[in-house]
Design a protein around this ligand. Structure first.
Ligand code: G1P
Length: 284
C-alpha cells in the first residue's frame, strides 16, 4: 500500500515560526515532526510515499535526502552513531513529491497524488498530526481495512469545546472501537455537531475517493474539503471509523507542540530526571 502525506498547509496557527519554515519541520526535541509521520507509515509496512508539498517546503525534501557533506564530515570524525542516524533518514522509504500549486484545501492536496497512487487503496497521514502508539495508527487502520475491504478513518472522542476544530462524524456503532460512518461535518459549531467523535489525521481510502474529490465543490473556507468528498464516497461505499489506541498531537497548535516536547522528554533516558525535577520545581 502507498501513503499520501499532505504537507502543503501554511501553518497560520503557528506564526511567526511558520512565516518562512514549514510547520512539518517543527522539532520534537531533535527530530522534525514529519519524520515521525514518515516513520509511522514505514513501521506500518509502507515503502512508497508521496508527500504533497507547496511553495517554501523544499527543506522537507532535503531532510529525506542524503546529506553528502555532512556524512563526509561525520565519517572523517569516525562518528558512526550519528552517521548511521543521518543515513537512516534517507533510507526510510521511497519518497515522491508533488506540489499543490494553489492552496485549495485538503481534498485538493490529496487529489494531487492521484496519478502516483493509481487504482489501489491507499493511506493518508496528515503531516502535522503526530500519533504516538505502540502499534502504529495506520497499521491499526490497515487491520480494519483488511477485514472489511472498505475505507477506514481514524476517530477519537473530543471535548465539546473542541468539536469546531475537526471533521465530526455521525455514526452507527458496529463493534468495540468500530463505527459505520453515516455523515461527516467539517468543523461544525458545538450545537450543530452530530456527535463528539472527531476525524484524526489518518485514513485508508478506496481509490474511488479521487472521483469524489473531483466532483466536490468548494465548501467551508472556499476549499475543496476532504469531508465533503467523504460524504460523496458514502453514497457509494461503506466507510468505517476506528477509535485507535494512541495519543494524538496537533502540531499546528502551539500548546500541543509544547506538550509533545515535554512528554517525549519524559520518555527519553537522557532527559527524564532533569525534566521531572524542572516540572517539580515549577510547581512550587
Ligand atoms: C483536517 C481535516 C479535519 C480533521 C483534522 C484532523 O483539518 O479537514 O476533518 O479533523 O484535519 O487533524 P485541519 O486540522 O487541517 O484544519
Amino acid at each position: 500500500m502507498k501513503a499520501v502525506i499532505p504537507a502543503a498547509g501554511m501553518g497560520t496557527r503557528f506564526l511567526p515560526m511558520t512565516k518562512n519554515s514549514p510547520k512539518e519541520m517543527l522539532p520534537i526535541i531533535d527530530k522534525p515532526a514529519i519524520q515521525y509521520v514518515v516513520e509511522e507509515a514505514a513501521r506500518s509496512g509502507i515503502e512508497d510515499m508521496v508527500i504533497v508539498t507547496g511553495r517554501g517546503k523544499e527543506i522537507i525534501e532535503n531532510h529525506f535526502d542524503i546529506a553528502y557533506e555532512l556524512e563526509h564530515v561525520l565519517g572523517s570524525r569516525n562518528d558512526r552513531e550519528k552517521l548511521a542516524e543521518i543515513r537512516h533518514i534517507a533510507e526510510i522509504a521511497d519518497i515522491f513529491y508533488v506540489r499543490q500549486k494553489i492552496p485549495l484545501g485538503l481534498g485538493h492536496a490529496i487529489y494531487m497524488a492521484r496519478k502516483h497512487v493509481g487504482d489501489e487503496p491507499f493511506a493518508v497521514l496528515l503531516g502535522d498530526d503526530i500519533i504516538v502508539s505502540e502499534e502504529p495508527c495506520v497499521k491499526q487502520l490497515m487491520r480494519v481495512h483488511q477485514r472489511y475491504g472498505a475505507s477506514v478513518i481514524a476517530v477519537q472522542e473530543v471535548a465539546r469545546e473542541d468539536v469546531s476544530k475537526y471533521g465530526i462524524v455521525a455514526f452507527e456503532e458496529v463493534d468495540d472501537h468500530l463505527f459505520r460512518i453515516k455523515d461527516v461535518v467539517e468543523k461544525p459549531d458545538a450545537d450543530e455537531a452530530p456527535s463528539r467523535l472527531a476525524v484524526m489525521g489518518r485514513y485508508i481510502f478506496s481509490p474511488e475517493i479521487f472521483d469524489c474529490i473531483a466532483r466536490t465543490k468548494p465548501g467551508k473556507n472556499n476549499e475543496i474539503q476532504l469531508a465533503d468528498a467523504l460524504n460523496l464516497l458514502l453514497e457509494k461505499e461503506e466507510v468505517y471509523g476506528y477509535a485507535f489506541t494512541g495519543t494524538r498531537y496537533d502540531l499546528g497548535d502551539k500548546f500541543d507542540w509544547l506538550r509533545i516536547n515535554i512528554e517525549m522528554a519524559l520518555q527519553r533516558d537522557e532527559f527524564r530526571e532533569k525534566m521531572r525535577e524542572l516540572l517539580k520545581k515549577l510547581q512550587q
